[in-house]
Design a protein around this ligand. Structure first.
Ligand code: COA
Ligand code: ZN
Length: 314
């Protein structure tokens, strides 16, 4: 059997401006959201989920995403994605200039209903329509499979269920399948099991992973996926986030932690982890939330030392 050459370059997809901000008590203006995105791009992020086109009644924090899309910086060099829950969202996203759209299918009935008020099958059918239309219109479309490990309402999820929907979304034209641990309940062994199930129907080059750090295992889960061959990971600056529809979920794995671990392991992400320090601080000031991944204090000392400040040795 031919072993595929595994690339040493890894993509970090920044989801703070969507997954992170959607659950904040404080709603930022489109201008403030753009300011955060500009700083992320300035720090080297080249894949950013810039917002969602969802009902402003359901998620007021994402109102004005069209304005955000109109103002996005460095559009030629950065791949900006928009989350869409239905065809109306797809149309609004494309009208605002989005060229990459993400659909999110929660693979359990209760979670999908809580999130978008549809059965899993109804949403899967809606998303097949969106994926097919996107391919016809030259828009890149990707599918998230949410609560792929455990659902806050229904408990553990069978990897075969995830495989079924991965297959269905890929057949409809999803360029990527993003396996999402929405509530941060996965562990490395479970990650391996889901990747083996999905990997049976989708090439690993088309699989990305999305981990939350609720139980402190997100980086271990990134490593397990990396060892399986996954080369694209979602992360949010400072670990910003949560999910308003899944009780108990906390933020995504922090961008600076993923960038630092990959950098230390010799992978090329195109991101200098130290350059993320001021962005974490900015996100903290904007949201009024205490932020920072596991490595943040150490990174901040290195960063401030380089800037001529006193590196704090203790
Ligand atoms: N963007 C903006 N408005 C939308 C919309 C979209 N994509 N889809 C529907 N709406 C509006 C409708 O126009 C309607 O507006 P009105 O009340 O002023 O007439 C209202 O929302 C209700 O429409 P309906 O189709 O009945 O939707 P619903 O009430 O069944 O809600 C969703 C379904 C998908 C619109 C809503 O649950 C939602 O936006 N969920 C997103 C949740 C989310 O972002 N989760 C986190 C990311 S996975
Ligand atoms: Zn998430």
């Amino acid at each position: 059997m031919m072993v595929p050459a595994v690339s040493d370059s890894v993509t970090i997809n920044e989801v703070g401006p969507r997954d992170g901000l959607q659950s904040q008590g404080k709603t930022l203006s489109p201008g403030q959201r753009l300011d955060l995105i500009e700083r992320l791009v300035g720090a080297g992020l080249r894949h950013v989920e810039a917002g969602s086109f969802v009902s402003p009644k359901a998620v007021p924090q994402m109102a004005g995403t069209d304005e955000v899309f109109h103002g996005l910086p460095a559009k030629d060099q950065v791949r900006y994605a928009a989350l869409v829950p239905n065809m109306k969202g797809y149309e609004l996203a494309v009208a605002a200039g989005a060229r990459v759209v993400n659909v999110v299918l929660s693979v359990t009935e209760t979670m999908n209903y809580e999130n978008i008020r549809r059965t899993v099958d109804e949403s899967a059918t809606d998303f097949e329509g969106i994926l097919e239309r996107a391919s016809a219109e030259g828009v890149a479309a990707q599918a998230y499979l949410a609560v792929a490990f455990e659902c806050p309402f229904e408990g553990p999820v069978n990897p075969e269920v995830v495989r079924h929907y991965a297959d269905r979304m890929t057949a409809a034209g999803a360029q990527k399948i993003i396996i999402a641990d929405t509530i941060g309940a996965a562990n490395p062994k479970g990650v391996q099991a889901v990747l083996e199930a999905v990997g049976a129907v989708v090439p690993v080059s088309r699989i990305a992973c999305h981990f939350h750090d609720t139980r402190g295992m997100a980086l271990a889960n990134v490593l397990a996926s990396l060892n399986y061959g996954v080369r694209e990971f979602d992360a949010s600056i400072g670990g910003l986030g949560g999910c308003p529809f899944s009780p108990g979920a906390t933020g995504n794995v922090a961008t600076e932690d993923v960038a630092l671990m990959l950098d230390a392991m010799g992978y090329d992400t195109g991101i200098d982890p130290l350059a993320l320090v001021p962005v974490v601080r900015h996100a903290q000031a904007l949201t009024g939330t205490e932020l920072g991944g596991k490595s943040f204090q150490w990174l901040a000392r290195q960063h401030d030392g380089q800037q001529g400040g006193e590196p704090n040795g203790c």
